[in-house]
Design a protein around this ligand. Sequence first.
Ligand code: FAD
Length: 428
Amino acid sequence: MTDRFDAIVVGAGPAGCAAAYSLAKSGLQVMLVERGRTPGEKNVSGGILFGQALHDLIPNFWEQAPLERRITSRCLTFLSGKSSVTVDHTRTTSKTAPHDGFSVNRYKFDQWFAKQAEEAGAMLAPGIRVDGLLWKDNKIAGVCAGGDEVFSDVVIAADGVNSLLAKEAKLRKDHNPHEMGLGIKEVINLPREVIEERFNLSGEEGAAYSFIGCTKGFPGGGFLYTNLDSLSLGVVVHLSAFSKAAVKAPDLIEHFKSYPSVSRFLRDGDLLEYSAHLVPEGGYGAVTKLYTDGLLVTGDAAGLTLNVGYALEGMNFAIASGVAAAQTVERAKVIGDFSKHSLKRYEQILKDSFVLKDLKTFQHAPAFLGSPRLHNTYPALVNNLVTALFSSRGVPRPKLLTLLIKMVLGEASIPGLLIDAVKLVRGL
Ligand SMILES: Cc1cc2nc3c(=O)[nH]c(=O)nc-3n(C[C@H](O)[C@H](O)[C@H](O)COP(=O)(O)OP(=O)(O)OC[C@H]3O[C@@H](n4cnc5c(N)ncnc54)[C@H](O)[C@@H]3O)c2cc1C
């Protein structure tokens, strides 16, 4: 085994696999180190993969990747007590559109992606935990892993939300609970035909539901995604909720599952998996420093995740940032300069792409999503309004606008509404 590489990529999630694949394709000597015995072993995602970035890297990847379902139905549900209101957007088309997304099982998907990197020429080293950066003369010279020193011109940190490497290089601080979410996820086993009947799907069609109003009033939301023969469901809740209140992760997911509009999909299903994972959701303001001499930080390690309430995107941001890091390293190799002056190009590539553009556009989304009324008052309001619209009680009814004003003023204060309206316009 050679102990010197052009690049060492730490972490075989979407960011690391994308970086290693791109570098290997360009003929660089690259090692992809993963602490799991197999890539994806412990990785957690909802997970809808928006596939455009991967399609740009591996055209028509859906013809070979182990995907679950093509998302053809997107639903947003407002929950309140035993009532729910769903906005359902369904597109029946036989054409695959990578941007509509696919449900994925990370255990299978990450293994496949790491194998693509390996087949392209990267050296995959699973079951090895990187303990830290290797420093020589105050410069990053590789990594330390399992008592060994492995040298490289550059290290790409793709080690996820708790990135040890970004912290050691002082590119990120300790996590701020106001910029983090805790995702709690279950996978429920159900026969394929039951899923297709319950969600009105056929073939590889898939449904993805996002829920608002299911987190006991804490900032957060729920999700329910169809896989081939299982369902992925869970909640992502602002981490600050756990420090302020005596709320526990298992209670939150049980509460979510107790809503009739959720439980009807889960009936007779068996629990296959339970997991919990942090989600960096501080947005643009919480993105870490992205590079220093000999080091680039990608994906969740850099805080490159977008949460806009109705959708959570991290895997596509991770892939695009991994590719951008690889492009930067390829050029650095050509000019023989791995200093921060050369590696700053990485930030520019991200600024020119959807990654930092979208995070900047939605930089105020976290402030809007943090409003407690969004998770309590407004879902109740939407449900009460729709209930009133579709009932005839044998008494005179006001017109729609009068009803709306009466209900809104009954549930929320004018200053609160104004604050949220401003946050909504600024945030989304
Ligand atoms: C509940 C939940 C739901 C989500 N839903 C979605 C969704 O629907 N769509 C979406 O796009 N995103 C979603 N996300 C976000 C998405 O999962 C992440 O943004 C994405 O996985 C980030 O990829 P990454 O490669 O940067 O990091 P990760 O996927 O976390 O990969 C990091 C890798 O590094 C390895 N590693 C860490 N430390 C070391 C070390 N010291 N040595 C060696 N290896 C190491 C880990 O084992 C892991 O394989 C969700 C997240 C959660 C928690």
